[in-house]
Design a protein around this ligand. Structure first.
Ligand code: 5GP
Length: 202
């Protein structure tokens, strides 16, 4: 029996450090893949089509919604984002572990409709620290930062239905916790049976 790929769903308010944690996760586990979402957002400088996202028009996105091509989709900061059903199904079938960096609305839709995902929420240690991190990025105006903080408070309320919560106070500790959660899921008996079968020819 082939081992089914893990679906690892990560959500966090902006400024919680999700991007850096994801990057580190891919270094620790080079065989884990990142899901490439579809979005109607315009590419930022340096973002490459098919790597960061599949950048599509509103028309294409709407057509995909009508054709049930998405496992989940949501409106985030005024743009549409969605995970293609085929991305999820392919990786599961091929036994590839996949990370989805998606917002809480999309994560909830997945949790309601699909079995087997692991849902991890990354929290900042405090709202003050979140504000400090957002300000130190210096890429956003004060107004944008305030909007992100208000949104963060709403998103943090959603953390209660996730399977795991990681508080990203110390980056190395948070990375260790994320890796430990992934390893624990990878070592579940039903995911190891394929390897056991090969060892003992059963
Ligand atoms: P950004 O535009 O900064 O890359 O992402 C903005 C937000 O959209 C982030 O919170 C990210 O997690 C979320 N996001 C990215 N891809 C998807 C997706 O496919 N579905 C959902 N629901 N959210 C997504």
């Amino acid at each position: 029996m082939k081992r089914e790929g893990l679906t690892i769903i990560l959500s966090a308010p902006s400024g919680a450090g999700k991007t850096s944690l994801c990057r580190q996760l891919f270094k620790i586990f080079p065989d884990i893949r990142e899901s490439v979402s579809f979005t109607t957002r315009k590419p930022r400088a340096g973002e490459i089509e098919g790597e960061a996202y599949h950048f599509v028009s509103n028309e294409v996105f709407t057509r995909m919604v009508d054709e049930d091509a998405f496992a989940e989709w949501a409106l985030v900061h005024g743009n549409m984002y969605g995970t293609a059903l085929s991305t999820l199904e392919d990786s599961r079938k091929k036994g590839v572990d996949l990370v989805l960096d998606i917002d809480c609305q999309g994560a909830l839709k997945l949790k309601e409709q699909f079995d087997g995902g692991m849902y991890i929420f990354i929290l900042p240690p405090s709202i003050d620290e979140l504000r400090r991190r957002l300000e130190s990025r210096s890429s956003d105006s004060q107004e944008v930062i305030e909007r992100r903080i208000i949104r963060a408070a709403d998103e943090i309320k959603e953390s209660r239905w996730y399977d795991y919560i990681i508080i990203n106070d110390n980056f190395d500790v948070a990375c260790g916790e994320l890796a430990a959660i992934v390893i624990a899921h990878r070592r579940k008996t039903f995911r190891m049976l394929e390897k056991v079968g090969k060892l003992f020819d059963i």
